[in-house]
Design a protein around this ligand. Sequence first.
Ligand SMILES: Nc1ncnc2c1ncn2[C@@H]1O[C@H](COP(=O)(O)OP(=O)(O)O)[C@@H](O)[C@H]1O
Ligand SMILES: N[C@@H](CCOP(=O)(O)O)C(=O)O
Length: 326
Amino acid sequence: MAVYTDITEDDLSGFLKQYDVGTLTSYKGIAEGVENTNFLLHTTKGSYILTLYEKRVDQNDLPFFLGLMQHLADNGLSCPLPLPRADGELLGQLSGRPAAVISFLEGMWLRKPDAHHCREVGKALAAMHVAGEGFGIRRRNALSVGGWRPLWNNSRDRADEVQPGLVTEIAAELDTLEANWPKDLPEGVIHADLFPDNVFFLGDELSGLIDFYFACNDFLAYDVSICLNAWCFEKDGAFNMTKGMALLAGYQSVRPLTAGEIDALPLLARGSALRFFLTRLYDWLMTPPGALVVKKDPLEYLKKLQFHRSVASAAEYGLIQENLPA
Ligand SMILES: Nc1ncnc2c1ncn2[C@@H]1O[C@H](COP(=O)(O)OP(=O)(O)O)[C@@H](O)[C@H]1O
Ligand SMILES: N[C@@H](CCOP(=O)(O)O)C(=O)O
């Protein structure tokens, strides 16, 4: 559950006077999510999301996130939009936190996505990569290869409490990834957290993407590898090649991968598995008991990482290579 900051009805009603959203009729905290506090608002004009940005979000990044949603929507991607206040600003302050009102996106996220859904996600990810072209603000990916060792250093001393042997295994993995990480793949704006809970469907149709708060500039294929990790493994830890094939074919139907991206995919997937392992490990060890957030299992991502170590080429993810661009 992620409601870190509480609000009062009076403060909220006052805050909403700066927006063209009518009058508040009801509101409730949203249990899902990890990073920020979200409320669902109902007003006389419709439904909206109120987001209060919490400590882990750097306030200097907020213009990137909010501007990106506008840029992507302007370029045809279905995603929520921040609403402007009467003074034209997208950000205000509520309960001592930076706050924005965001348009409500219809749809539900899928607990059990199938291959059809994976294909749709692949297409939407590629569409986002294309729509992101020309966005004028840049944001470095603090959670790419250069950020993993500092993150690991924060948990390393207690990592063997979670599973004996982790300290040795992760140290070797970091050495390998740092030495071999690609340097010259196509770059652009990536979502960087396109997990099932950030993709909404209406029936079998994808209705939009949410939660751009890890978005940044990085290798486009790194984002593909994040989706392979998040969408194409079963609960028992097995990789589902039918889902992988569908996700990659969906992606390539919109933006074909280059030969270099395809070669790098197993390594990128190792890296993205490590990235989610490390943030989950940190939260697992550091979140105080009783905090209103559901901790996610780091070992799920260790198993995925171990699988990718055994992968020799992207064909093992179901990639079918046809008429590759150079
Ligand atoms: N624009 C939106 N439209 C509809 N629901 C939303 C929207 N934004 C967030 N939500 C709801 O809030 C939940 C948490 O949002 P999310 O952005 O993932 O939070 P966090 O950044 O804290 O992880 C989502 O799972 C969804 O239920
Ligand atoms: N997707 C990450 C955690 C971030 O959660 P979100 O609610 O912001 O999507 C993970 O699974 O570790």
